[in-house]
Design a protein around this ligand. Structure first.
Ligand SMILES: NC(=O)c1ccc[n+]([C@@H]2O[C@H](COP(=O)([O-])OP(=O)(O)OC[C@H]3O[C@@H](n4cnc5c(N)ncnc54)[C@H](OP(=O)(O)O)[C@@H]3O)[C@@H](O)[C@H]2O)c1
Length: 246
């Protein structure tokens, strides 16, 4: 039976790939992002709505419209997120840190807290979180991004305990390097610098990550895939990357 799948940050990269993958399964989709004009080209027949996860009014408007269109939410893919800059802690000004924490942690919580109660009441549902290898291993210049992703592990762990016995599942999909607009955003539009991240190596594609999300979301209801850590074969940690000629 078709499910109602909500994807945050569906205008690009992993979110867009997840939307397309669930659409191929015949699920009913609600897609949100700030650049809502991009959403119809991701999955034309989905419900499209502007969403800024850092704005509680926007989150409420997005979710209300989603439920009005497609009914109760079966799968929530918390994908919206970003890294901004590479400032070390001693060099930071706080602006980029706030943006990352407000988006990756508080934004995700705002969306999730509005969806979980109806999942608990219906005794079923699946919360998927796109974490990162950065939540498992920190690196210089990424302290706050890594911290924001590590926080998601604790939040997922707590949600599993809090929803125990309700049939709700919580999965974290934690990828290594994926070629998306992620680096372009991190380097504030510097395309040459972003391209260097992927030079001479073979990163994951957004579709590779979507495969993992769909795998977790299509297990039988009694199976909860807690965490999937998925890396490119050419990457062993945030800073151990095999590049041609190296
Ligand atoms: N690429 C990687 O190497 C990698 C590795 C591990 C984990 N991740 C995680 O994967 C997730 C998706 O990133 P990506 O690689 O697909 O990057 P991306 O191509 O830049 O996509 C990020 C998505 O998040 C959305 N977003 C950002 N801020 C938002 C906000 N305030 N409200 C709503 N949507 C927002 C963006 O949409 P709008 O700008 O249109 O709002 C966009 O659709 C992120 O959580 C990221 O941390 C990425």
């Amino acid at each position: 039976m078709s499910r109602h799948v909500v994807v945050t940050g569906a205008s690009s990269g992993i979110g867009a790939a997840c939307a397309r993958a669930f659409a191929r399964l015949g699920d009913r989709l609600s897609l949100g992002a700030r650049r809502a004009d991009r959403l119809p080209s991701v999955v034309a027949e989905a419900h499209h709505h502007e969403l800024d996860v850092t704005d509680p009014v926007s989150v409420a408007g997005f979710l209300d419209a989603a439920v009005a269109r497609h009914g109760p939410i079966d799968v929530l893919v918390n994908n919206a997120g970003l890294a901004r800059g590479t400032e070390k802690i001693a060099e930071g000004t706080g602006e980029a840190w706030r943006e990352m924490v407000e988006t990756n942690v508080l934004g995700l919580l705002e969306v999730t807290r509005r969806v979980l109660p109806q999942m608990i009441e219906r005794r079923g549902g699946h919360v998927v979180v796109i974490g990162s290898i950065a939540g498992h291993k920190s690196y210089a210049g990424g302290g706050v991004y890594c911290g924001s992703k590590r926080a998601l592990q604790s939040i997922c762990e707590a949600m599993r305990i809090e929803t125990l016995g309700t049939g709700v599942r919580v999965t974290s999909v934690d990828p290594g390097m994926v070629e998306t607009e992620f680096s372009l955003v991190r380097f504030r539009g510097d395309a040459a610098r972003a391209a260097k991240v992927y030079q001479g190596t073979r990163p994951l594609t957004a579709d590779d990550v979507a495969d993992c999300v769909v795998f977790a979301a299509t297990r039988p209801a009694h199976v909860d895939i807690e965490t999937i850590v998925v890396m490119p074969t050419d990457q062993a940690s945030p800073h151990h990357v095999h590049r041609a000629g190296s």
